[in-house]
Design a protein around this ligand. Structure first.
Ligand code: ADP
Ligand code: MG
Length: 247
């Protein structure tokens, strides 16, 4: 059952191993409705695995994930319907190279949501406009810059009208001048009230764009708190070390 009072997204004691490697160890976290939570931490600390467990690309070994109070990690959950509620943007865009920007957006709308061609086109046009790419609707990915491709990927995820958006280092593959345009779209989305869980190395985005920050280290939530406090006065030695390397 979905309840308004429950956190929009909640992870409780999520554990995940690959073979003998414990990648997530009892991870618990919450994202309130309309909140943006940034996940930071060293490479290999389990950030991507965490996001993959949230939208069930990977099933947790134990613990659970709930959306609006409804557990989605139980056997018997309709995974396709759970996944349409949670959009995800990856580091490497994952656009279809042989399709225009607009078709990249309309194909999943037609195949998954069964929209008519005209409804799918209309939705794609609106979203391409929202991410500032109206003029590029008919270009294939190869004609677009990395920043533009990532904005198409964001538009494609938003077109499914998800309740929650996950971003996994969405700007890490981009040249510095393109990082800004993608972060601007993410800030705009955050400001519009989307519930977001964002893995990022962009500490500026975390500081200004996040309500809270979660620091992952060796598969655990090592520290969490309001963004400004976490980044200005980290409490744990591990976070102090991490920040001294990335800031
Ligand atoms: P991060 O995103 O923080 O860099 P990941 O979640 O990608 O960390 O990876 C955490 C650890 O889990 C790493 O040691 C990685 O090698 C391991 N790992 C991730 N996915 C798999 C997998 N499918 N099979 C085996 N090991 C994996
Ligand atoms: Mg990762």
């Amino acid at each position: 059952m979905t309840t308004a009072a429950a956190p929009h997204l909640q992870l409780r004691n999520v554990c995940k191993s690959f073979g003998s490697v414990k990648v997530l160890r009892d991870v618990s976290l919450e994202v309130g409705r309309g909140e943006t939570v940034c996940v930071i931490g060293p490479s290999g600390s389990g950030k991507s695995t965490l996001l993959r467990c949230v939208n069930m690309l990977s099933a947790p070994d134990s613990g659970d994930v709930s959306v609006g109070g409804e557990v989605i990690t139980r056997t018997g959950t309709d995974l396709n319907s759970a996944r349409t509620r949670i959009g995800m943007v990856f580091q490497n865009f994952n656009l279809f190279p042989h399709m225009s920007a607009q078709r990249n957006i309309t194909v999943p709308l037609r195949r998954v949501l069964k929209l008519s061609r005209s409804d799918a086109d209309q939705r794609a046009v609106t979203l391409l406009d929202r991410v500032g790419l109206s003029r590029h609707a008919h270009n294939r990915p190869a004609k677009l810059s990395g920043g533009q491709q990532q904005r198409v990927a964001i538009a494609r995820a938003l077109a499914m009208q998800p309740e929650i958006m996950l971003f996994d280092e969405a700007t890490s593959a981009l040249d510095p001048e393109m990082v800004k345009e993608v972060l601007a779209v993410m800030r705009d989305l955050s400001g519009s009230g989307m519930t977001m869980l964002v893995v990022t190395h962009e500490m500026g985005f975390a500081r200004e764009g996040a309500d809270r920050v979660v620091f992952m280290d060796e598969g655990r939530v090592a520290e969490t708190g309001p963004a400004e406090q976490m980044l200005s006065s980290p409490q744990t030695r591990r976070l102090q070390d991490f920040l001294s390397k990335v800031l």
